[in-house]
Design a protein around this ligand. Structure first.
Ligand SMILES: [Fe+2]
Ligand SMILES: [Fe+2]
Length: 163
């Protein structure tokens, strides 16, 4: 099924599981943290890009969704800033796991909004065919990110922040 709302929910549920593992990780688990975190961030960047390229432009045309879309885009931006900070801190840093908390807090607010608006994906505004086609396009963007190696992804998307 390519229903765009359900494709997005599958991504969110995957991240929920990864966060549960990361929150239990310790400083000695730095290598596992790094691999799991980068795997999550690569998928997340694809997920955000898929939403911003394919889903939000369709939603923004519907006046009642417009404000929510702008909020969702700004939340993506905030999550990316926190993800970059976590990738630069050092995976064995004693505060690493605590710095996950604000990222997770934004995720929770964001997931609630998206799952409220995107899972039903408005049958009153879109046909089933449009909802399925958006799901396929969204999946294709996520797949492009996941086809990159973690090292290539890191070099291209997690460049050190300019101070
Ligand atoms: Fe999402
Ligand atoms: Fe999102």
């Amino acid at each position: 099924m390519s229903n765009v709302g359900w494709r997005i929910k599958v991504g969110h549920d995957k991240y929920r599981v990864i966060f549960a593992k990361l929150f239990r990780s310790k400083e000695k688990d730095a290598a596992m943290r790094e691999e799991l975190f980068l795997t999550y961030v690569r998928d997340l960047y694809g997920h955000h890009d898929g939403e911003e390229r394919e889903v939000f432009p369709a939603m923004i045309k519907v006046p009642e969704f417009r404000e929510t879309c702008y909020e969702l885009e700004m939340e993506h931006r905030a999550m990316k800033m926190l993800a970059v900070e976590l990738s630069e801190l050092g995976y064995d840093h004693k505060t690493w796991v605590y710095r996950l908390a604000p990222l997770y807090a934004i995720h929770n607010i964001h997931w609630d909004k998206e799952e409220k608006f995107l899972i039903p994906f408005s049958p009153e505004h879109f046909t089933n065919d449009q909802i399925e086609a958006l799901g396929e396009k969204f999946d294709a963007v996520v797949a492009r990110y996941n086809a990159m190696s973690l090292q290539d992804f890191k070099a291209e998307h997690l460049k050190p922040q300019q101070k």
